[in-house]
Design a protein around this ligand. Structure first.
Ligand code: SF4
Length: 236
């Protein structure tokens, strides 16, 4: 396989964009080798992923999953949650933190989805253009870019790219996005950079790499399999 320094040395200035693509391909290839292939598997109905993702805001996956299970154990279905008193929803999701505001928003979005669509069946999103599906979800109060993209990619397998703290940090260190770009802007920048068919594995690999190696405080650059490709690599 051609290494990046070799490839860069043979390219003219006109090939700058190709160098970027080659770096990204090399990054993905090394992450594939390290963490294994990522085959899409739906995490559930769009509405289930939506509510679990809202619950995950500002808390751990463990806590949000526990809160989602508690919600279903208490009410049986999300349709029943849509008609439940907010105080009871708040009590059921207390593991997730920010339960007051999350309970109000969850009830509000479930009510609206049923009112507009007649049910909580949101598979129609798969037939929309990506930007339209994203805009529909983001019109729900409490749903931002990351949450909307999580629903689209993890439920429906659409090529949306959620940018969480790990994806953001590792992408910046690798130089895939600018050092000063905001998290919001990083969503668009990375979708412009990463091919649709690569976005699922890119997202999952960067989260895993951020958790295991490219830590926020002390990235383990010395043992990182990306250090030869990374402009931020340090000797630590
Ligand atoms: S070389 Fe260091 S900064 Fe770059 S991706 Fe690896 S751990 Fe992160």
């Amino acid at each position: 396989m051609t290494t990046i320094p070799e490839a860069a040395a043979t390219l003219s200035w006109r090939d700058t964009v190709r160098v970027d693509d080659e770096v990204l391909d090399a990054v993905l290839s090394r992450l594939d080798e390290t963490y294994g292939p990522r085959v899409f598997e739906s995490r559930g109905r769009p509405v289930d992923v939506l509510i679990e993702t809202v619950l995950s805001q500002n808390t751990s996956d463990v806590n949000s999953h526990r809160a989602f299970e508690s919600l279903l154990a208490r009410f049986g279905t999300l349709e029943a949650v849509a008609a439940a008193p907010v105080a009871e929803i708040e009590d059921a999701i207390r593991f997730a933190g920010l339960s007051r505001i999350k309970s109000v928003r969850i009830r509000e979005m479930l009510e609206r989805l049923i009112r507009e669509n007649g049910s909580l069946e949101l598979s129609f999103l798969a037939g929309m253009k990506l930007d339209e599906a994203r805009a529909y979800l983001m019109s729900l109060r409490g749903v931002g870019l990351k949450t909307a993209n999580c629903v689209l990619i993890f439920s429906l397998g659409l090529p949306a790219l959620p940018v969480d703290t790990h994806v953001y940090r590792v992408s910046r260190r690798l130089g895939l996005i600018g050092a000063r770009v905001s998290v919001e802007a990083a969503h668009g920048d990375l979708e412009a950079r990463v091919r649709p068919e690569d976005r699922y594995r890119f997202h999952l690999h960067l989260i895993e790499h951020g958790r295991r190696v490219c830590h926020a405080r002390k990235p383990a650059c010395r043992v990182c399999i990306l250090n030869a490709l990374c402009p931020s690599a340090c000797a630590a």
